[in-house]
Design a protein around this ligand. Structure first.
Ligand SMILES: Nc1ncnc2c1ncn2[C@@H]1O[C@H](COP(=O)(O)OP(=O)(O)OP(=O)(O)O)[C@@H](O)[C@H]1O
Ligand SMILES: [Mg+2]
Length: 223
């Protein structure tokens, strides 16, 4: 369908750990509509992060296909795929994955550099994004000097460095108190209002209630 920015067909993913095979996804067909705010919910260990990684082309399905704006990403070589990800997608991971030795500003600057922002504009862009998530005054703090919610907001600023059309976020409010959660939710709503496609994995009912679409993953399938 034309208004789907991401579409999957019969996605399967299994992981092999020694002799043990885990079938994390068992045939997932779905559509993420362009400009939508979609939540992915479901119990722990049932395949949400796995699905998110496949939607963003970070990992390959065992079977099935992912289409990003109509292009089947399995048909692309790694460099073309990395380029497409870099142009279109911002990721926020379940565990923030900030570079601990760098300040908040430097973490965002690195992402701006990787996104191809010219060197003399990287610092300004990083500061603008940190201001957008309410963290301008913490620009020179390292992750260890920031609260969990602040680190999560740095991770969101970093995900915006390439001005992506699609934001894929895995538990952006995991481990946050309700005030920090409300702040992150407000940021997500603003991004959606700006026209971005926002996909959020969450256990948080408050976020799920605000979403336009809710996808429930249970036992590796969509319910
Ligand atoms: N790299 C991996 N190697 C082996 N098994 C994995 C790997 N990643 C995930 N799994 C397994 O795949 C299943 C789905 O994991 P996944 O991380 O997608 O769950 P989840 O729904 O995101 O859970 P949570 O809510 O706890 O984050 C689990 O059984 C998990 O143990
Ligand atoms: Mg997960």
């Amino acid at each position: 369908m034309s208004d789907a920015i991401i579409r999957t067909e019969n996605l399967e993913k299994s992981y092999q750990t020694g002799a043990v095979t885990t079938q994390a996804l068992r045939g997932v067909t779905l559509e993420i509509k362009k400009g939508s705010f979609t939540c992915i919910v479901g119990p722990s260990g049932h395949g949400k992060s796995t699905l998110m990684h496949l939607l963003g082309g970070l990992d390959h399905p065992t079977k099935g296909s992912v289409f990003l704006e109509g292009v089947e990403i399995g048909s692309l070589d790694n460099s073309r795929l990395a380029q497409l990800r870099g142009e279109k997608i911002g990721f926020v991971f379940q565990f923030f994955n900030l570079l601990q030795g760098l300040t908040a500003k430097e973490n965002v600057e690195v992402a701006a550099m990787l996104a191809g922002v010219p060197e003399k504009e990287q610092a300004e862009r990083a500061m603008k994004l940190l201001a957008q998530v309410g963290l301008a005054e913490k620009a020179d703090s390292k992750p260890s000097q920031l609260s969990g919610g602040q680190q999560q907001r740095v991770a969101i600023a970093r995900a915006l460095a390439n001005d992506p059309a699609i934001l894929l976020m895995d538990e952006p409010t995991g481990n946050l108190d309700s005030a920090a959660e409300a702040e992150v939710l407000e940021i997500l709503r603003n991004l959606h209002a700006q026209g971005k496609t926002v996909v959020v994995v969450t256990h948080n009912n408050e976020i799920a209630c605000k979403a336009e679409y809710v996808i429930c993953v249970r036992d590796g399938q969509i319910q």
